[in-house]
Design a protein around this ligand. Structure first.
Ligand code: SF4
Ligand code: SF4
Length: 109
């Protein structure tokens, strides 16, 4: 399934207001959603994966432990843990080591 196609209900309605931050576990929630939304808008899987790979690993969607602290802070009513789970499914696929691969490509042989 294509990355953009997997966002079956469209873009996360995140306005990047950052009211949900800080996440006690370090997730950069609006940045993760921005990446998903860019994938949806532009339909460019490689760009989304590449952009996501540059996000610090500690801030990625898989840092979410589903503690439940953030959804009530979101004025958009986004079920943040659910959307982060979707983001994990979309963005942690085969190109999750994109940054490492890119680094290797720059290493002289
Ligand atoms: S549910 Fe996930 S994203 Fe929300 S505060 Fe807890 S760990 Fe952070
Ligand atoms: S509170 Fe909701 S709308 Fe605001 S940045 Fe967080 S997820 Fe996005």
């Amino acid at each position: 399934m294509a990355l953009a196609e997997a966002i079956d209900e469209g873009r996360a309605p995140c306005t990047a207001c950052r009211f949900c931050l800080p996440c006690a576990h370090g997730v950069n929630i609006p940045r993760v959603f921005e990446t998903c939304n860019e994938a949806r808008i532009y339909g460019d899987e490689e760009a989304a994966r590449g952009s996501y790979a540059w996000l610090d690993e500690a801030q990625r969607a898989d840092a979410c432990v589903e503690c439940g602290d953030c959804p009530d802070k979101c004025p958009q009513g986004i079920e943040i843990p659910d959307w982060l789970a979707r983001a994990r499914e979309l963005l942690h696929r085969e190109r999750s080591n994109w940054r490492e691969d890119f680094g290797k490509s720059l290493t002289p042989r």
